[in-house]
Design a protein around this ligand. Structure first.
Ligand code: SAM
Ligand code: SF4
Ligand code: SF4
Length: 367
């Protein structure tokens, strides 16, 4: 086949896109990468746009009025996403998470959910289908999403204090409206909810205990996430990270906590429960305790590039093969070959040398 290097609209993403391998033999069935890790999770970014400008994700200084988001024609269609998802499920994917950008901004997202919801793993189990959202449109969308077959949502909320939250989302969005979104999701049964809080030292770390207190007893699980060096525009510094051990220590000063075993091997959040039985919290320690050895995630970007690590600098284009009518066997073979050669372990080797890499923005690759 000819050189499949696809020109990229925006050099910020990568200088070139490596081709997907075209192999003679179809590869189906469960996969294992070069470090023995299976493929279990697929995160699908359905849009690179967002109505927030969270300072740690899409800072206004970069994502301003002149920023060129992807044109509609370059997005994977729902049919293309569903076809790829089906092939990934045949390779062991058990969980699909829709993300972005803000996934609820993608027009008719319910239709995509309807297409993905009936999927079954090769053993006949339903594929777990979830979505991560800033909740801004959840109050009016929750019921439609549930009716379409969504099982649960994760809502991002970085503070309970309105002033702190408005400053972090940087579009003056009020906490009350996110809480209304959480309530709406809960009411229609998209529960238990997970609430993601990215913790940034000196910005919202005074919100750790108030967030824990607010959701204690609600059935929802707050997950405190270490501020990560994703992308190349959020000005990350190690000094801004509050290690998860410190988060747990601060909460445990107020409420007795006990460690809980992981739900399954490879779970990224470390679980803790309140000793009085009123629920649990999680901490995600990508910086202080990397979980690369058990990382089973692949990410599909809005325009169909596959990334085998959140911190990747290169993705593999699957949109061209889809639009050039490759057969399922050919696409399966490409998925198998790419996963088979996967070596990624960025968080384990994070250092001054990795700091200069031109990593893909989280809003593009999907959080
Ligand atoms: N817009 C949706 C939302 O905010 O929930 C989905 C996409 S967002 C990129 C997915 C998750 O990534 C959010 O929970 C967000 O807080 C998290 N995130 C974004 N940038 C991050 C960073 N630099 N470090 C840690 N988490 C980050
Ligand atoms: Fe938008 Fe989510 Fe990124 Fe915030 S974290 S800017 S809501 S994509
Ligand atoms: Fe997985 Fe890459 Fe994160 Fe390591 S750094 S846990 S390989 S996404």
């Amino acid at each position: 086949m000819t050189d499949r290097i696809i020109p990229i609209a925006d050099a910020r993403y990568s200088a070139r896109t490596p081709p997907v391998p075209e192999l003679a033999h179809a590869s189906n069935g469960l996969l294992s990468d070069a470090r023995g890790r299976p493929l279990r999770d697929l995160r699908i970014s359905v849009t690179d746009r967002c109505n927030f400008r969270c300072t740690y994700c899409m800072p206004k200084s970069v994502f301003d009025k002149s920023y060129q988001f992807l044109p509609h024609a370059s997005l994977l269609s729902f049919e293309e996403i569903s076809r790829l998802a089906r092939l990934f499920v045949a390779h062991g994917v058990e969980k699909i998470r829709l993300t972005g950008g803000e996934p609820l901004l993608r027009k008719n997202i319910e239709r995509l959910i309807e297409m993905l919801a009936p999927m079954r793993t090769p053993t006949g189990a339903p594929v777990e289908l979830t979505l991560t959202t800033n909740a801004s449109v959840l109050p009016r969308k929750a019921r439609q999403l549930r009716d379409a077959g969504l099982q649960r949502v994760t809502v991002s909320l970085d503070a309970l204090n309105d002033k702190v939250f408005r400053a972090m989302n940087d579009v003056d969005f009020p906490v009350a409206d996110v809480l209304a979104g959480i309530e709406a999701a809960d009411r229609v049964g998209l529960r238990p909810l997970k609430i993601n809080m990215v913790v940034k030292k000196g910005v919202n770390d005074d919100q750790i205990v108030p967030m824990a207190r607010h959701f204690k007893g609600s059935g929802h699980i707050v997950r405190f996430i270490e501020f990560m060096d994703v992308g190349a525009s959020n000005g990350w510094r190690l000094d801004d990270v509050v290690p998860s051990a410190e988060v747990v220590r601060r909460i445990a000063e107020e409420f007795a906590l006990e460690p809980v075993a992981a739900n399954y091997e490879g779970e990224v959040a470390e679980r803790w429960r309140y000793a009085d039985g009123s629920g649990e919290i999680g901490v995600i320690s990508s910086v202080s305790q990397p979980f690369c050895p058990s990382c089973t995630r692949a990410r599909l970007s809005t325009e169909g590039r596959l990334y085998t690590c959140l911190f990747a600098t290169e993705g593999h284009d699957f949109r061209a093969p889809l639009r050039e009518n490759w057969s399922d066997d050919q696409i399966s073979a490409a998925i198998g070959a790419l996963w088979g050669q996967r070596q990624d372990r960025y968080s384990e080797i994070r250092s001054s040398e990795t700091a200069g890499l031109r990593k893909i923005e989280m809003s593009y690759i999907g959080g």
